[in-house]
Design a protein around this ligand. Sequence first.
Ligand SMILES: C[S@@+](CC[C@H](N)C(=O)[O-])C[C@H]1O[C@@H](n2cnc3c(N)ncnc32)[C@H](O)[C@@H]1O
Length: 339
Amino acid sequence: MSAHSDVTPDKIMQLGLGFWGSKTLLSAIELGLFTELASGPSDARALAERLALHPRSARDFFDSLVALGMLEREDGLYRNTAEADLFLVRGRPSYIGGMLEMANERLYPFWGSLTEGLRTGLPQNEVKTGGAGLFESIYGDPARLRLFLGAMTGLSMGASKAIAEKFPWEDYQTAVDVGGAQGGLLVQVCLAHPHLTAANFDLPVVGPVFEDYVASHGLSDRLRFLPGDFFREPLPPADVITMGHILHDWDLGQKRALLEKAYEALPEGGALIVFEALIDDDRRRNAFGLLMSLNMLIETPGGFDYTGADCAGWMREAGFRQTRVEHLVGPDSMVVGIK
Ligand SMILES: C[S@@+](CC[C@H](N)C(=O)[O-])C[C@H]1O[C@@H](n2cnc3c(N)ncnc32)[C@H](O)[C@@H]1O
């Protein structure tokens, strides 16, 4: 017994009941708590009233968020932490809550069926109850579409800025982002490199959301939208082709088909940049990348995440003569292939 006296169940309990804290934060975002507090501090009673909360648990809810480091409380007044104020106030350009609003609305209930997904290998989202697939169900509803595309911009912002900074854009003139969503990556790249022109090749329904976002950054003369379906059509030609969080949505045959299409669309010396939360080659450290792959089980029929070495291997098989893997930020890395 004494040999194990430093062994405690703390880590197990913290992870096992991690959904308590997770759902508390997601509900706070859903209720717009951080957005309410952006206009100034508030006491528990007034805050509960503004959020239309029953008095029974309002104080416990606010103080849980204090204990979890998401709110501050001084002299009975609650205020946002610096992080919450920057990232969780709706309407601010730095808002990343879109991703978490989606997590709350869709992923939280769907992850409740993870065990079934692991047993059957089948998706556990709307598809299970006869609904449409991931993109079809989001894209059928304009409000969900905007939420999803905004969520992508927030989630990819760190990686987008790092790609704008780390890749030698001065050697190239044109770029196409395949599945570029709202335009988060292209806007960062074009703001940092005024000589570039670029296009987003995405499903037609994404066009207006992309065009609004690009116009809000004053880039409409250098950034255009090319509507299309990357499984039905060739990819538009460009010096650099980028694919962010695309390959993990699809099975191995589809991944290879997209890499081959990118190879076809590039000139000699052109570059393909694939980026997402690449799993570390030893498959033991990037927990976010590994869990993202389980999320692909929940969301798609055949999608999975992969290591940098996996992707570099597929790229070489598609014909790319050089590949390299570079860390970007947090869990995200890129694989660059040169034709
Ligand atoms: C997971 S999001 C990634 C968005 C963005 N690249 C990023 O990293 O934030 C996938 C994108 O692929 C697009 N997409 C899905 N199926 C497509 C298809 N068949 N053809 C073209 N684009 C597609 C979606 O509209 C969406 O913008």
